[in-house]
Design a protein around this ligand. Structure first.
Ligand code: CAO
Length: 426
């Protein structure tokens, strides 16, 4: 059976994380992704956070699976001509340069449409139109400006960023949906269109429930927040520690070994329907007949004491034992799994969500595969390309250049030499 996006060709001008996440997803679904990189330089992440000298970093190899790499200097005359040919041959152009970079190269949306009216032109920027539209943005800047940081952390501490890359990978995901939507629309209209997603907007979309709480605040205190009833609320939706954010109270509690293991914790949700089972499991069946404890309303003002009692019990078991006891009682709970535990988890290996991939200079490396599974369309996770590995192949097979023309473009400095492309060890 064919891959879902087979036949779709992507002109991938992305770098760092947000854009590459988007094109990697499309590549996993079968699109032919041609990653354009500057000759001799390439995506900066190839050399960042290197664990092995002279070898593409995991930062790069884990964000650029299944792509082909062509080196091209789009600021030379020959380079511009080759770039125009690429625009002609591709269905989608994706970029996440600093604002205006593609325009400065001479490729405005108007010009791109002239070259190929069917092309979809997709961009990630830090901000949409407005006071900050010209700013460069990285992950944590987006988390701070998109509402995540102001609502993450404890009430008495500073704002916190999260390890989940909601600014970069989150926006890449949003953009991928925009691209597939525009491809679908092109089926009827015959025309491409501009697809844009700002990182601030992507993060805010993921913080939707906090905008909900901001408006609820005007009508009284947020009762599911730990500030209720003893703390105070200000004008903005506050940080809520580990509170669940939904209608069901939840918190992180310690488990056996917490003194030395930073991940010996479990998240427990005290859903009303499952509360009797939970109370019995932790040895507090006395709560069930006590009006001080036996309704959600009675427990709400003293949730800290409820979780303190639960924790006394969870501290006597490891997190997996707690999970095994509470799940059959329909008590939703989640052990805090470390990256080490996730890397070793056999069920994630079995589904291909965690994969081992072979790489010519790195050897075998571990990666996160495609988390989205389609029943009829297979998705394989291949390695990332070496810098310029497919320059001649793309010039010849996709663009139809002859061997002499390719050599001439090399002499002009428009494309790089495959054998001399690897960036110097950082
Ligand atoms: N040939 C010739 N020139 C090239 C080229 C190529 N193949 N590829 C890139 N360049 C040029 C660009 O045209 C640009 O030149 P000008 O400044 O003269 O216009 C230059 O390289 C630098 O590109 P850049 O501005 O994108 O890179 P940067 O390091 O200055 O900024 C970043 C990086 C990420 C801050 C910026 O790209 C950005 O804000 N992107 C949008 C938001 C985003 O995606 N951020 C998330 C990144 S992941 O954390």
């Amino acid at each position: 059976m064919g891959k879902a996006l087979e036949g779709v060709r992507i002109l991938d001008m992305t770098h760092v994380q947000s854009g590459p996440t988007c094109t990697q997803l499309l590549a996993w679904f079968g699109a032919d992704v041609l990653k354009v990189e500057r000759p001799g330089v390439g995506d900066a992440t190839r050399g960042q956070l290197r664990d092995i000298p002279g070898v593409d970093s995991l930062y790069f190899t884990m964000l650029n699976h299944n792509k082909r790499s062509i080196t091209l200097n789009t600021k030379t005359e020959t380079g511009k001509a080759i770039f125009e040919r690429l625009i002609e041959e591709c269905d989608v152009l994706v970029e996440n340069f600093a604002p205006g970079a593609l325009d400065r190269m001479g490729f405005t949306w108007e010009r791109i449409q002239e070259i190929n009216p069917r092309i979809i032109y997709a961009s990630v920027k830090g901000f949409g139109p407005g006071p900050y539209q010209d700013c460069k943005v990285y992950e944590n800047v987006a988390q701070c400006t998109g509402g995540s940081a102001s609502t993450t952390g404890f009430d008495d501490g500073p704002p916190l960023v999260t390890g989940a890359q909601i600014g970069d990978s989150g926006t890449g995901l949003h953009l991928a949906l925009g691209i597939v939507t525009a491809l679908y629309h092109r089926e009827q209209s015959g025309r491409g269109q501009r697809v844009e997603c700002a990182m601030q907007d992507g993060v805010l979309n993921l913080c939707r429930v906090k905008m909900r709480d901001q408006q609820r605040l005007a009508h009284g205190p947020l009762k599911e927040y730990p500030q209720y009833p003893n703390g105070t609320f200000g004008e903005a939706a506050p940080r809520s520690g580990n509170a669940s954010g939904g209608g069901q109270p939840g918190w992180v509690v310690k488990t056996k070994g917490w003194e030395t293991d930073p991940n010996a914790y479990i998240y427990v949700i005290t859903q009303a329907a499952a509360f009797p089972g939970l109370a019995r499991a932790i040895g507090r069946e006395d709560w069930l007949d006590d009006p001080e404890w036996n309704t959600p309303e009675a427990r709400l003002p003293k949730l800290d004491r409820v979780f303190a009692e639960i924790e006394k019990w969870t501290m006597t078991k490891d997190k997996f034992e707690v999970m095994e006891i509470l799940n059959p009682l329909n008590v939703p709970c989640g052990p805090i799994l470390s990256m080490k535990e996730l890397a070793e988890e056999s069920s994630l290996r079995a589904t291909g969500t965690v994969v081992e991939v072979d790489h010519p200079t790195r050897g075998s490396y571990l990666s996160v595969g495609n988390p989205v599974k389609l029943s009829d369309s297979p998705s394989e996770v291949g390695r990332s390309p070496l810098l310029g590995e497919h320059t001649s192949e793309i010039m010849q097979d996709v663009l139809g250049y002859s061997a002499e023309e390719i050599e001439a473009a090399r002499r002009d400095g428009a494309i790089g030499r495959e054998d001399a492309e690897q960036p110097a060890a950082a």
